[in-house]
Design a protein around this ligand. Structure first.
Ligand SMILES: C[S@@+](CC[C@H](N)C(=O)[O-])C[C@H]1O[C@@H](n2cnc3c(N)ncnc32)[C@H](O)[C@@H]1O
Length: 391
């Protein structure tokens, strides 16, 4: 028996702001959720289920397969516990592994010490069996283990994702201040876009929002783009099973979508980067790119859809003043051209957002890296009075 046919607990981690969306993604795949914490969702499953989750989930961070739970008061007890686990079931002496962790234990100050003790326990397990040690280090492209240790309670997992699932595998060029791919997927799923109407993305930068919109509406998954996941290095992994899951997912792919996705940016380099990223994601044929100022973007009249902008937030000194005008112009653009659409602005600067000067119909909180951001919604329906608010 390997992890691929032994049921255990799967823990899906995600950013707390996107948990409800990740939960929906999980239940749509037919899984029942056991329980959840602000940034983790637990369910029953095998590593084969975990493989399927890695294939489809767009907003999650990691898919973890529980190997063992234990009790450890201090680092020595942690070592003893880890050393007794049958690691041979999961990987071999030839495999390279790395350890990540979440630690809250009063007996240690530096979590790296706990990782080292955990690593020693595993290495010594293999040394006792074979007289040599497996290779270890920081790389996340082979076997990745995750240690959760809170006071006396310890849980150790196999990280089936390896590199976090927040990376969707198409970003060759980041250009400036790109959005985390999983966040862009969550932002789109938080809009009222029905995936069958126009998606207009001025200020597209490296194209993350437009690419995620194309992936979502065409049904193409991250598993079709990423070449490497943690589960591929585990004992019992059968490549044919992974290809069968990918083939199954191909049945739901739409080669064409009913409306084009429009992506534009004032910077030519941004559009060059966005086109290359879209090509790598295999969705370049679904997006119409152009170099232009957002104020010149043509919003087709009499059609429906969403307009999503992610302007700069002015993190450096002196930038804010210039950006005040940009935010005011976004408000003017929505008012003049957005009739019939729903407008969205994703920003980390609420002082600047006030300069948009329109009444929001919804404000949703997200974190991009460590910055608290808002997705602001503006209903610009035809005939509806777009309300100007005082700055
Ligand atoms: C925060 S970045 C967008 C990042 C993007 N969401 C991504 O994931 O790569 C803002 C972008 O707005 C563009 N921009 C700034 N002023 C603009 C304008 N007046 N018209 C169009 N694009 C503009 C910048 O070139 C930059 O690429």
């Amino acid at each position: 028996m390997s992890a691929f046919d032994s049921p255990s607990t799967l823990l899906i981690t995600c950013a707390p702001d996107v948990k409800s969306i990740t939960e929906k993604e999980i239940t749509r795949l037919g899984y029942s959720i056991l329980d959840s914490t602000p940034s983790g969702i637990r369910l029953h499953g095998t590593a084969t289920d975990g493989m399927r989750l890695c294939l489809y989930l767009r907003t999650a961070s990691k898919v973890l397969y529980q190997v063992a739970t234990g009790s450890a008061h201090n680092p020595d007890q942690l070592y003893q516990w880890v050393n007794k686990i049958e690691w041979n079931t999961f990987f071999t002496i030839q495999d390279y592994f790395s350890i990540e962790s979440f630690i809250q234990n009063d007996t240690i100050r530096d979590s790296r010490f706990a990782n080292q003790k955990c690593k020693d326990g595993i290495v010594d397990y293999f040394s006792a069996l074979y007289g040599k040690r497996p290779n270890t280090g920081p790389e996340k492209d082979k076997i990745v283990l995750f240690l959760f240790w809170k006071q006396n309670d310890a849980v150790i997992y196999l990280d089936l994702s390896g590199e976090p699932l927040t990376k969707h595998g198409y970003r060759i060029h980041p250009w400036k201040a790109p959005m985390i791919e999983s966040l862009a997927a969550a932002v789109i799923q938080s809009t009222q876009w029905d995936q069958n109407s126009l998606f207009i993305n001025p200020m597209c930068g490296s194209g993350t929002l437009a690419i995620e919109a194309a992936l979502l509406s065409s049904g193409k998954t991250n598993g079709h783009i990423r070449r490497n996941f943690g589960f591929m290095h585990l004992k019992g992994y059968v490549a044919a099973q992974w290809y069968a899951l990918k083939d199954e997912a191909l049945k739901y792919i739409r080669l064409r979508i009913p409306f084009p996705i429009y992506a534009s940016d004032i910077a030519e380099e941004a559009i060059t980067a966005a086109k290359e990223n879209a090509k790598k994601a295999g969705v370049d044929h679904l997006i119409e790119f152009s170099v232009q100022d957002f104020k010149d973007v043509v919003v087709p009249r009499g059609k429906k859809g969403v307009i999503v902008l992610n302007p700069e937030y002015g993190e450096r000194l002196g930038e804010e003043e210039k950006l005040m005008t940009t935010y005011k112009e976004i408000g003017d653009f929505f008012k003049k051209k957005g009739s019939g659409y729903i407008g969205y602005v994703f920003t980390g600067n609420m002082d600047l957002a006030k300069h948009i000067g329109l009444r929001t119909s919804k404000k949703m909180i997200f974190h991009n890296a460590r910055i608290e951001c808002r997705l602001l919604e503006y209903e610009l329906y035809e005939g509806k009075k777009v309300v100007r608010v005082k700055e």
